[in-house]
Design a protein around this ligand. Structure first.
Ligand code: BTN
Length: 321
């Protein structure tokens, strides 16, 4: 964000004259005026007080690497290779690019906006500047692709845990790993795999998108929610949300690596938004009632012929109207 330094100066909520801002940033007053306009285009609310200067009237929630680190469990801080960017194509793509520079640390990338945010099934993930959380974590697993069964559900449980810890009630999971609130989709998780670099070593990129103050909805084709809308009483900080999500994911991963999906089944079932709903899968080939997941993370549908498991990644489920 080109106007970040300016916004930092304005973040005290006081009136600042164009002249004082210009001298503190070492630019002309015209440049300040242009930055004010740009910041307003990007969503900041700035009042012009005639004859006196400018005052920020909205709360700022700037991404800040140090603040994210402060929100993490202290023992974890040194283990991360954390990059907080102004703009990137996709944080998932950036994690992949960062791996060689990470010197064995866990690569984590966050960005204020994404120009080519990726969703599941090749969809675009709308990623407007300054409003939401776009976060990706590089995870390494040993034992080949077979050990990853259920991982995407585990990530959903981890994100739900983080949100509940931050005070969000009624966090639901839509199989396999969409994050839901009662009024719609709050976020999604995109798991991308890299081929085995060495035998049995698998690199996974877990990309998490959460709507924090989503305001624009062009291109969003389903009911959506945001943290600010669902819980307006909480002063949402994207740095704090990121810290909680990173901690929750990195707490869950070793448990999953050691014990598999077992311990995550019940926490997932408890939040299942499909439970008891009439569902269709395989474009209508399978119809029945949602009855949770099995021990491998497949979704179970009670049909007239018995329970049919649906494998993650194979097909999508939808609620029958
Ligand atoms: C979904 O379709 O529900 C998954 C959306 C995942 C979006 C996140 S935002 C951070 C990361 N970077 C991306 O390009 N996608 C994921």
């Amino acid at each position: 964000m080109k106007s970040k330094a300016l916004l930092e100066l304005l973040s005290d909520g006081q009136v600042h004259s164009g002249e004082s801002l210009a001298s503190r940033l070492g630019v002309s007053r015209t440049a300040i005026w242009k930055q004010i306009r740009r910041a307003m285009d990007e969503g900041a609310e700035i009042a012009t007080i005639r004859g006196r200067g400018y005052r920020l009237t909205s709360r700022l929630d700037l991404l800040d690497r140090d603040s994210v680190l402060e929100c993490l469990a202290p023992a974890r801080r040194d283990s991360l290779f954390l990059n907080v960017l102004d703009e990137v194509d996709s944080t998932n793509a950036e994690v992949l690019r960062q791996i060689p520079a990470g010197a064995g640390k866990i690569p984590v990338v966050m960005a204020d906006c994404q120009t080519a945010g990726r969703g599941r099934r090749g969809r675009v993930w709308q990623s407007p500047r300054g409003e939401n959380l776009y976060l990706s974590i590089g995870l390494t697993f040993h034992g080949g692709f077979g050990v990853l069964d259920g991982l995407s559900l585990v990530l959903g449980v981890a994100v739900a845990n983080a949100l509940e810890q931050l005070g969000v009630p009624e966090v639901g999971l839509k199989w396999p790993n969409d994050i839901f609130l009662p009024d719609g989709k709050l976020g999604g998780i995109l798991v991308e795999l890299q081929g085995e670099l060495e035998e049995g070593v698998v690199q996974v990129i877990a990309g998490i998108g959460l709507n924090v103050r989503m305001s624009r909805t062009e291109g969003v084709d389903q009911p959506w929610s945001s943290l600010a809308r669902a819980c307006p009483e909480i002063e949402w900080s994207r740095n704090q949300i990121a810290g909680a999500v990173i901690d929750a994911v990195l707490d869950a991963v070793p448990v999953f690596s050691d014990l598999g999906f077992r311990d995550f089944r019940e926490p997932w079932q408890r939040r299942d938004i499909f439970k008891g709903k009439s569902l269709q899968a395989k474009g209508g080939e399978i119809e029945g009632v949602g009855c949770g997941i099995d021990g491998n993370g497949n979704y179970r549908i009670q049909t007239t012929d018995g329970v049919v498991p649906v494998r993650a990644g194979e097909i999508s489920l939808r609620v029958m109207q």
